[in-house]
Design a protein. Sequence first.
Length: 614
Amino acid sequence: MKLTSLVVTIAPLLALTQAVKVNPLPAPRSIDWLDENPISVNLDKLNLEIGAENSIISEAFYRTVSTLRKLKWYPAATEAPISSFVPFPTAEAAVDAKKKKRDSQRTFDLSGLSVVEVTVNDYAADLQMGVNETYTLSVSPSSIIIESETVWGVLHAFTTLQQLIIYDNSKFVIEGSVNIWDAPLYQHRGVMVDTGRNYLSIDSILDQIDMMALSKLNSLHIHLDDAQSWPLLLNSYPEMIMDAYSEREIYTIQDLQHIIKYAKNRGVRVIPEIDLPGHARAGWRQINPDLVACGDSWWSNDVWASHTAVEPPPGQLDIMNDEVYEVIADVYNELSEIFTDNVFHVGADEIQTGCYNMSTLIQNWFKEDPSRSWNDLSQYYVDKAYPIFMNKTNRRLMMWEDILLTPEGAHTLPTDVILQSWNNDLVNIQNLTSRGYDVIVSSSSHFYLDCGFGGWVSNDPRYIDDYSNDVFNTGLGGSWCAPYKTWQRIYDYDFTANLTDAQAEHVIGAEVALWSEQVDSTVLTQKIWPRAAALAESTWSGNRNSEGYLRTNELTQRILNFREYLVALGFGASPLVPKYCLLNPHACDLYQNQTVLEQYGTHNDKNSTIAVLN
């Protein structure tokens, strides 16, 4: 076993800090505060000694120290029971405040060095799906001890430590001795961003990675292209960027490598998605227009029965064109050399049969055998494309569930393909897991962050204010996935409810998704954060307490403080409440009864993998 150690100087603490019960997010699986005797940490003398040199650990440590020194964070508000509220100052409250101030002036001799031992059992474990991220963190007046199976658990320990160290009475302190054991419930905890509809700057993507790392989300899924634009400059087909929005709105190979390395240094995997064969027009048509079916058609919202796309512009790869598979292979092989993750997303969502009615090759294929169906066409694509994708060692494909569950889906699909479920909630999750597929949950009803902002297509009669316009009167307009997904809706979703043990084992994670029709770099952060932090906690340590009740009220102050922390770091995370609610914990609860969520009952499915943890 290799030992990694760093040295912390514990300076004398002149005043006892009133315990603030800092509330790290996500909540650890187990956190045990041993006392309320604050421990002073002298960041200027904080050293890192690594027995086995590891640049990822050392760089993460110095980032942590630098952030703490610069931020000087103190929680904006602490957790308090509603019974402690007083609407106006009272004489008794003033006396109590003086007593607390007097008590806080008691002194403790906590001088001396604290050796922080960071023990890593396996330095070689790569950052891939399923890597062990467990860690323990123990803080005492003389030491901070971190133990982890892998480097990646150490990074999580650092982000927890960063939230534990606060700046109070002109000193950096940890509020007391504490023992933490921590590990994620799910191996995939993700955010999806879309660079196809609107370009996202490299800096804005790196910002998301920073916030993901802090909240222990470990998978960034980038939907790289779509029918609207192709922003990737590839050696194999450089002409594809003629369908980028501009020469400034592209990603070079070096850009992609920089994003991947930046993410890996923070414990975040980067999973690329090239959407195939649907949502494919931009880029592909620059190689050969015949690769794309219906690319020059109107998308047919005038006559929806004959539509060719769910949104403009239309375009799908022509499944019966043999050259399509040659180009797919070239693009996929080049991107596989760039992206180091063992998972590669190849789309397969929302194939529109109306588009293929405009393909001569496909229509002739149907005429050759009138018994052929749209399912047969999808199966033809799977059979031709799957071997291309599987020519990489240790590769697992990821696809949207459409390839199997839609009326035009394929008959069969290898069960080693990971399916991302976005439709029909628990019904589709159960359908897929019962058939033996590993599933990543992105149910649009709970995890689509772009919903509820209204529609974006113009010339839309659904917004005409007229008594006979039912769509307008119901408030849905053009937002197909309304309503807006609040942090509570995200957090309260038990996406393994009613699954058997065997089925639940196939749910390997969850992911919030932000499609970018109405998003670019200027609003990216506020659309994702802090709502994504609700998913971060539910997938890390669960959304229910030890008695099986939703712990949404317990998360309230954690997520409000976490938002303030992100803002203090310089990120434009959106406010969730008036500041009054932040400064007066639980004063904005709908019910004064703190156990009101119990009306929804205990977790009635003992087989669910959503943990019931404190």
